[in-house]
Design a protein around this ligand. Structure first.
Ligand code: GLC
Length: 604
């Protein structure tokens, strides 16, 4: 091992970060620099690809696993294999592996699945979210990844948007408070931390990513990847503030949004990416593009890719999530630099930022996975944390009187209870999108506890539970009768554009299932959704109680804890609940505000 003073500066862990950055940059060829700006998907990644193209980053998209039923150690083998290939190159620059750990490390079988952001928004609990970050980061590092594409800090301005559940709230102030996931993932920045400078606490922390910059939640009609038509003043008031909180915590990366601002595509908007984020706000980390976002700058898709590369890199994109046609990307960008259409100064700025994050992340000192962390994946403490988050996320919308006392909490020693509905025993539905697969799945997709499991675990052994996914006439007409019914309905999983929806009625005839039961049996309705849905007046009339559970994830016991009275409700709506979709967008800062339930509503 060379003595430290003999090490060249960039290899010396005691040298200042900026000195290491400049030393390494000065040694790099154009090909090595452009390689650092190139992020590819694991499905096209081989050790040869990494070494031939000097690839600086790899990711897996939602649902892209090493192979079906891959276990965490299989992920480590894959990622460390890539890493060793990168380290074997002349300069030994470690690659950085990114993954969408957006509610726990949700691609990985057995990982703890926390409530999606909209449910965390209902908790208003910044410290809880920091702790979720601190748990998630261990489950990310344990399987080999270094970088989580989280938190999404978009404002939920219109629930017709397919990514509503990835938002903490419609209200910028609430989102700002809840950006603490950054500190959870990266570690607490030192007090003297220069705002906007990337920061990571060390070995067991990971790079975070504030996304999607900026205004993605404010598009017309909630259209995904659409156009946000607002004044700069409103953009600054409604959509920008959470980024300031993320920068203040030293967030190391920011992901640009597919959407446009007043017709200008974010990925090619120099003013927002460079003048605002980098110059005015002083962001010193790097901006990554979204998936194939450069291709989407042109109509038809990818038609003039060379031009799209030019306008996005010159606008301020530093690393490109290509993610498949990397040879074309590298060829065109090289050509653009050699023709002077993209300056070497712009390339150097991008590479400096990428290297800065890799140095700060400690990847040069610890490029390979600490396999002792494997035991943290889905561990008991993390699941208890998930259970706490579920408890705090539930919002009680109605709690009527029954036999002269509040219907909730339910009697856990009731004689006979009916549990029914599409979402009563479906872990995949409970977790929602971005779980195991990109769009989510139905059924026992990972390790976890469904609502039915949780009810079985808490009621007395004299209590008879009748479970039917779809309530049958005969069971409802049965002579014995039920003390009460719990009816679980809601949305099936979705992600991104697939989730755009302008009707927002409860799928699978959820409203009918509820009323069919509620007219015969005292009923608690639990709604599993990533956003407010239509709530028919009859549903609100006929049920004794209604709970919004959002998308709670793997730890279903948290619901039973509250429903049966071990804990009280404390969730508050993070978003306005509309009466009719014709009202949308409907936000609390509007002049005319007539919601079914207002922002902040929640009974206890
Ligand atoms: C997706 C999403 C982004 C995600 C990325 C990688 O299209 O827009 O949130 O991080 O691609 O999966």
């Amino acid at each position: 091992m060379e003595r430290k003073e003999e090490l060249c500066v960039y290899k010396n862990p005691d040298a200042p970060v900026e000195a290491r950055v400049q030393d390494l940059l000065s040694r790099m060829t154009l090909a090595e620099k452009i390689g650092q700006m190139t992020q590819i998907e694991r499905v096209v990644t081989t050790h040869t690809v990494i070494t031939d193209s000097f690839i600086g980053s790899v990711l897996n998209g939602g649902g892209s696993w090493p192979f079906e039923d891959a276990r965490p150690s299989d992920w480590v083998d894959m990622i460390d294999g890539y890493q060793n290939a990168a380290l074997a190159l002349r300069l030994g620059i470690p690659l950085i592996y990114g993954i969408d750990a957006v509610h726990g490390n949700n691609n990985v079988y057995g990982a703890t699945i926390f409530p999606h952001n909209v449910g965390l928004g209902a908790t208003r609990d910044a410290d809880l979210i920091r702790r979720i970050g601190a748990a998630t980061v261990l489950e990310v590092r344990a399987m080999g990844a270094h970088w989580a594409f989280a938190p999404c800090v978009a404002a939920l301005r219109d629930p017709r948007w397919g990514r509503s559940y990835e938002c903490y709230s419609e209200d910028a102030n609430i989102i700002c408070e809840l950006t603490t996931l950054v500190s959870g993932l990266q570690g607490e920045p030192p007090k003297e931390h220069p705002n906007g400078y990337p920061f990571l606490a060390g070995r067991n922390s990971a790079v975070a990513c504030a996304k999607h910059f900026v205004g993605d939640g404010g598009t017309e009609n909630g259209t995904n990847e659409g156009n946000t038509i607002v004044s700069f003043e409103k953009l600054e008031r409604v959509h920008l503030p959470p980024y300031l909180n993320c920068l203040a915590q030293g967030v190391s990366t920011v992901m640009a949004s597919y959407s446009s601002w007043n017709g200008s595509k974010l990925h090619s908007d120099y003013f927002l990416l460079t003048e605002l984020l980098k110059q005015k706000l002083g962001f010193k980390g790097f901006i990554i593009s979204d998936w194939e976002a450069l291709d989407r700058l042109s109509e038809p898709f990818g038609s003039n890719y060379r031009h799209c590369i030019k306008i996005s890199i010159n606008a301020g994109i530093d690393m490109v999530m290509v993610p498949f046609k990397y040879e074309r990307f590298i060829y065109d960008l090289t050509d653009l630099v050699q023709s002077g259409e993209v300056s070497m100064a712009r390339i150097d700025d991008a590479v400096e930022r990428i290297l800065r994050v890799k140095f700060v992340a400690g990847l040069f000192e610890h490029p390979l996975t600490d396999r002792s962390l494997l035991g943290t994946i889905g561990c008991k403490e993390h699941r208890e944390l998930g259970r706490e988050a579920v408890r705090k996320s539930l919002v009680l919308l109605k709690n009527g009187k029954h036999v002269d006392k509040p219907f909730l909490p339910l009697d856990r020693n009731a004689k006979r209870i009916l549990v029914t509905g599409t979402h009563a025993d479906d872990l995949g539905y409970q977790c929602g999108g971005w779980t195991k697969a990109w769009f989510g799945l139905s059924g026992r997709i990972t390790i976890g506890t469904t609502l039915l499991d949780a009810i079985k675990g808490i009621v007395g052994d004299q209590t008879e539970i009748i479970y039917e996914k779809n309530p049958s006439e005969e069971s409802l007409a049965s002579s014995e009768g039920f003390s009460y019914a719990i009816v679980a309905v809601g949305e099936s999983p979705y992600a991104e554009t697939l989730g755009d929806n302008s009707e927002l009625t409860i799928p699978f005839n959820g409203s009918d299932i509820v009323t069919t039961v509620a007219v015969r049996v005292p009923t608690l309705m639990i709604l599993f959704s990533g956003r407010p849905t239509v709530l028919e007046p009859t549903v609100l009339e006929k049920t004794e109680a209604v709970i919004s559970a959002w998308l709670p994830g793997s730890e279903g016991q948290g619901m039973a804890d509250v429903i049966f009275g071990d804990y009280d409700f404390e969730g508050k709506l993070p978003v306005s609940w509309f009466k009719r979709v014709e009202q949308l967008p409907l936000n609390a800062d509007a002049d005319l505000y007539d919601p079914l339930f207002p922002l902040g509503f929640g009974l206890n």
